[in-house]
Design a protein around this ligand. Structure first.
Ligand SMILES: [Zn+2]
Length: 257
């Protein structure tokens, strides 16, 4: 594989991956998807992302010590999101920059993300957002675009810290209260209204008025990102109110689209 000059000034190394293609119908990416690697160590993750035949890759890998490796040019389509959808678009790979954050993940103990690593993620994202004119609400997690399949970067990922630096949309989640109204298992207008709100925020959710398994997965994905204190797929008052607040925090032209 031929090396190249990194697109980001904060990327210290280039380890070129053969796993990429052309962006389809998109000239410049307009969203960022954050992942964790979910493997035992960074070296193993880099080998997997840069080996022909694995059919996975990402534009960047952020190591625990804050070093950043670029594997795929930003102009190319990396293979990180898989089956996914966001704001009705199912080709998330064509639209996005994929960033893998080294962390063993839920199946291997799920350690905290070191602050050095988070600072590097913020610096990397800020640069991409500035160069590519990507708004903060277009920085999402893999679990947001693939709710039934993926949990990364997970409920320990400090979205609030990122938002303090202008990366990602965040509102303070409404506190959880006990014995409140819950919607689980219900069907009808109330469920449909919630599904519509989740869909207008970006989630791929059925609009059928049924609190089915798919809807529960999407509610859990929403909680994992925006109300991480409890991730149970149950639409409690705290979850619904946090969703309303996030919709209100979207830029006006997006919210009315
Ligand atoms: Zn992922």
């Amino acid at each position: 594989m031929q090396s190249f000059v990194p697109d980001s000034s904060v990327a210290s190394t280039v380890t070129p991956s053969p796993n990429y293609g052309d962006r389809k119908g998109i000239t410049s990416p307009d969203m960022i998807v954050l992942h964790y690697t979910g493997m035992a160590d960074a070296a193993g993750a880099l080998v997997r992302l840069c080996t022909p035949g694995t059919e996975v890759s990402a534009h960047y890998v952020v190591l625990e010590d804050g070093n950043i490796v670029q594997c795929v040019r930003e102009s190319a389509r990396a293979w990180h999101a898989g089956m996914s959808s966001w704001v009705g678009d199912s080709d998330v790979n064509s639209r996005s920059i994929g960033i893998e954050i080294v962390n063993r993940g839920h199946d291997l103990g799920y350690p905290d993300f070191p602050l050095r690593q988070i600072a590097a993620v913020i610096a990397l994202c800020k640069g991409i957002m500035l160069r590519r004119d990507i708004p903060k609400h277009r920085v999402v997690g893999h679990s947001d675009v693939a709710p039934g399949r993926k949990k990364d970067p997970g409920e320990k990922f400090p979205w609030r810290l990122l938002a303090d630096s202008g990366v990602g949309l965040w509102v303070e989640p409404t506190p959880i209260v006990r014995s409140e109204h819950k919607m689980l298992g219900a069907s009808g207008d109330e469920v449909l209204a919630m599904q519509r709100k989740l869909a207008s925020f970006g989630y791929g959710v059925p609009l059928n008025g049924q609190y089915d398994g798919q809807t529960m997965d999407v509610v859990a994905a929403f909680q994992r990102h925006f109300r991480p204190e409890r991730v149970d797929g149950i639409a409690d008052y705290s979850t619904l109110t946090t969703l309303d607040d996030l919709l209100a925090a979207l830029p006006k032209e997006v919210a009315t689209a």
